[in-house]
Design a protein around this ligand. Structure first.
Ligand SMILES: Nc1ncnc2c1ncn2[C@@H]1O[C@H](COP(=O)(O)OP(=O)(O)OP(=O)(O)O)[C@@H](O)[C@H]1O
Ligand SMILES: [Mg+2]
Length: 286
């Protein structure tokens, strides 16, 4: 049996509150798995322990109890992180480096050099839509641009597991749409993605499974399909329905003893209307 891409096992993290005799339990006896090749969304209100869980997985925070594993290796062993890319919640970069220099720096850290690295930098800048900003200093980047360079940095060594803490925070709708497509493309290429997000509509579009945390605990977990489908209801979407046929359907449903709860025209998402309207406008984020 192949090992899961991520295994979080009975994890507990308690932070002391300095100067007060109080403690915050950020993560409480948390267990879940991310399977290889899936997109897993870790959801939950502010302060529910999502980022702490990711930091423990990346070996940046030590748990009080339990353990985290990456492809079967304990995350306390730095070898476990060899094939992991991470976009932290508040990525910090050297302000005086340009976008290309930043990626060169991270590429070097990961052992990439020469023509391979040059090619990778070009690929990544185009992947996250920052080609036009390649020679601009990070210090002048907008929030969305910082998020994009953070994402490019996380992908520099073409990792197998990609951990993204709120990848679309501060990014405009067109940008978050691009990031969504990028995540789906990474999944197609066999990558495993673990992300947190407050944009539930997007989560619904890209995640195979989700876990919902509250106060450090997992309160619900499962395949997205199972979580959101209303089991005892059925939806039909019919094109060009004539009033006569519609009446017949309604009568048939009534006769059968079932309840017709609603019949309406399907709605587009506000996002798709926004994207269509703004598609021809120049994007300010480049
Ligand atoms: N270094 C720290 N020291 C003390 N408390 C901390 C520390 N890091 C996190 N916490 C606390 O742990 C709890 C969980 O925080 P965490 O950042 O994991 O939440 P989150 O689910 O990522 O929230 P958000 O959606 O706002 O990003 C919070 O109460 C937070 O204040
Ligand atoms: Mg967080």
């Amino acid at each position: 049996m192949t090992s899961p891409a991520v295994r979080i096992e009975n994890l507990t993290k308690i932070f002391p509150v300095p100067l007060r005799r109080q403690r915050v339990t950020a993560v409480r006896n948390l267990t879940f798995e991310v399977r290889p090749g899936e997109v897993y969304g870790l959801l939950g209100p502010n302060g529910s322990g999502k980022s702490t869980t990711l930091k423990i997985l990346l070996g940046l925070v030590t748990p009080n109890q339990g353990r985290a594993m990456i492809f079967g290796k304990d995350s306390r062993d730095y070898h476990s992180r060899a094939a992991v890319g991470f976009l932290p919640e508040n990525p910090y970069f050297y302000k005086f480096l340009t976008a290309a220099e930043t990626l060169r720096f991270y590429g070097n850290v990961c052992g990439l050099q020469g023509a391979t690295l040059n090619k990778r930098i070009d690929e990544l800048l185009s992947l996250v839509g920052l080609e036009d900003a390649r020679d601009r200093r990070i210090g002048g980047f907008s929030k969305g641009m910082l998020q994009r360079i953070g994402l490019a940095q996380a992908l520099v060594q073409d990792p197998l597991l990609i951990v993204l803490d709120e990848p679309t925070a501060g990014v405009d709708p067109a940008g978050s749409h691009q990031i969504r497509d990028l995540i789906l493309d990474l999944k197609k290429r066999g990558k495993t993605i673990l992300l947190t997000s407050h944009l539930l509509e997007q989560v619904q579009e890209i995640c195979d499974r989700v876990g919902i945390m509250a106060r450090g605990e997992m309160i619900r977990e499962g395949a997205l399909e199972d979580l959101v489908s209303v089991k005892n209801q059925t939806e039909f979407i019919i094109e060009n329905l004539s009033p006569e046929v519609r009446l017949q359907i309604e009568q048939l449903v009534q006769k059968s003893g079932s309840n017709l709860l609603s019949s309406r025209q399907p709605q587009r998402s506000l996002e798709s209307v926004f994207l269509e309207l703004t598609a021809t406008q120049p994007q300010g984020s480049k």
